[in-house]
Design a binder for this molecule. Sequence first.
Ligand code: GDP
Ligand code: MG
Length: 178
Amino acid sequence: MDSSDDEGEEYLFKVVIIGDSAVGKSNLLSRYSKNEFNMHSKSTIGVEFQTQTMEIDGKEVKAQIWDTAGQERFRAVTSAYYRGAVGALIVYDISRSTTFDSVTRWLEELKTHSDTTVVRMLVGNKCDLGNIRAVSVEDGKKLAENEGLFFMETSALDSTNVKTAFELVIKEIYNNVS
Ligand code: GDP
Ligand code: MG
């Protein structure tokens, strides 16, 4: 088979990151897309996304990953943000239980705004803060199991599982459509 047979096949998946303010959404994205971390990241208003490319089965798969850019503080994450999303990372901060309590609300919001099947992963971020942990790994796993979500603890600070989490979601989306 001529390799040019594969040309023209393109995969572009929209993935959204949601969760309470300051759980580390923007840093997860900057760690994944630029290998950058910012201790004093300030959120700018307006929707932003980064496009990341990975290879699956020898095919180029692009993920357009959207960051709320601080809108969640004003409860103004719009339907445009969710439109067309086929993947979602629902993030909480393992050192703040209120952010874990909010997860069900974010799941409802996601369900309200998405029309297709969305690959969802629950992400307990800041796992480097084990000394001030407020949400156990077990509670994270249990919620994920009950809601049918993938689950992973990450650290945008020390990079733990960041690439793994994004790529698992992207691979799962790819498997669903190919
Ligand atoms: P967002 O509001 O959800 O986008 O959160 P940010 O990415 O702006 O992060 C909020 C704060 O948490 C910033 O001060 C970050 O430096 C910090 N932060 C983000 N991720 C981590 C992490 O994995 N570990 C630690 N210790 N701090 C983090
Ligand atoms: Mg942010």
